[in-house]
Design a binder for this molecule. Structure first.
Ligand SMILES: Nc1ncnc2c1ncn2[C@@H]1O[C@H](COP(=O)(O)OP(=O)(O)O)[C@@H](O)[C@H]1O
Ligand code: SF4
Ligand SMILES: [Mg+2]
Length: 331
């Protein structure tokens, strides 16, 4: 039985930089199951955004898929003509919300103009070919209401700069759900917000995901946020998935030293009076990745083999796999 909406297989993505070519994603495998939220977590620079952009086929100019497949509803997105991606997939079947919504909206047009533009672009999907100005405006008002924007009629004629960060993110959420997408990719949608607004947007997302029955790839550097929203979690380090598990299992029984380190950084793990944990060192640049296990220079459990060979994913329980030599018999 296959209940996965999205299956990423052996995906390797490289960037050409002035320092040379390096893999931002290195042989990635993951599934987003039908109706579930998969959380993707890792520090900045681990490749999370690159994965989201690869699925949308929006990699920057110097990025290239070197290998692999991205199967969405059994079709490899990497084989589709750009015209199909643009007209049928992006924004319709697969929607994306990003961290910096101010860049997603155009500062010189009102909120109304931008929502109506989206409605027009997707009109065949929405069966609104006959819609005229007033109906479009009413639809825009409904959309703002659904995401909890007060006085939507008045707010429609505002420009993006007149909206707070949280309100803009609400507009982005409204636009993302407008076409009832099968898959939503949310790339750090609450990272730029303060904690109260972050909690509100998370609640909004959770309720809409439930109402629309969407599947979600939720990207964040924050394991706390990931625990709030995800059914399953993929932990990413330096372009590899290092642990992959049901959310409850991951939090109760973390297996990879990197996951353990991320958990120690959570506010709840704070020992009274002591500073919040940080992981010593940093994610290596993609042209300077160490040999063997890429986490080895930062790992408290490092062994000789870790500097020579890269560990492969191993099932350690049902719905729980990890890539670490601590779980391999390597004698
Ligand atoms: N356009 C680009 N050109 C070259 N390198 C890039 C580009 N975008 C990202 N990278 C590099 O790829 C790696 C992964 O980046 P990214 O996908 O943004 O990670 P994350 O979203 O987890 O912070 C980083 O080392 C980053 O410096
Ligand atoms: S393989 Fe070795 S270096 Fe890598 S996480 Fe496991 S113990 Fe640490
Ligand atoms: Mg990112």
């Amino acid at each position: 039985m296959n209940d996965s909406l999205l299956r990423v297989r052996d995906l390797t993505v490289e960037y050409s930089t002035h320092k040379g070519i390096g893999n931002a994603l290195d042989n990635i495998n993951l599934d987003v199951r039908e109706g579930q939220v998969l959380g993707l977590v890792g520090e900045s620079g681990c490749g999370k955004t690159t994965l989201g952009l690869s699925i949308m086929r929006l990699l920057p100019r110097f990025g290239r898929v070197a290998q692999g497949e991205i199967l969405f509803k059994e079709r490899n997105l990497l084989d589709l003509p750009e015209k199909i991606m643009n007209k049928k997939i992006r924004g319709r079947e697969i929607a994306m919300i990003i961290q910096d919504p101010l860049h997603a909206l155009n500062p010189v047009f009102t909120i109304q103009t931008q929502i109506i533009d989206i409605l027009r672009f997707h009109k065949d999907r929405l069966l609104t070919t006959q819609w005229k100005g007033k109906q479009l405006r009413n639809k825009a008002i409904n959309m703002l209401e659904e995401v909890g924007i007060a006085d939507p009629l008045e707010r429609l004629t505002d420009y993006p700069f007149q909206f707070s960060g949280g309100m803009i993110q609400r507009v982005m959420v409204a636009m993302a759900f407008n076409c009832n997408p099968s898959l939503l990719i949310a790339d750090e949608p609450t990272t730029a917000l303060d904690v109260t607004v972050e909690a509100q947007i998370l609640e909004l997302l959770k309720s809409l995901v439930k109402r629309y029955g969407a599947s979600v790839l939720y990207i964040s550097h924050d394991l706390g946020v990931i625990s709030e929203i995800s059914d399953r979690v993929a932990v990413m380090y330096a372009g590899n998935i290092v642990e992959y598990a049901d959310t409850k299992l991951l939090f109760e029984n973390p297996a990879h030293p990197y996951t353990e380190a991320l958990l120690r950084c959570l506010p709840g793990a704070e020992v009274r009076g002591k500073r919040l944990g940080t992981i010593p060192g940093r994610v290596p640049d993609l042209t300077e990745r160490p040999k063997g296990c890429k986490f080895n220079p930062r790992c408290p459990h490092v062994m000789e083999i870790c500097k020579e060979k890269a560990p492969t994913m191993l099932d350690i329980a049902s719905d729980h796999s990890v890539a670490c030599f601590r779980y391999e018999n390597h004698e």
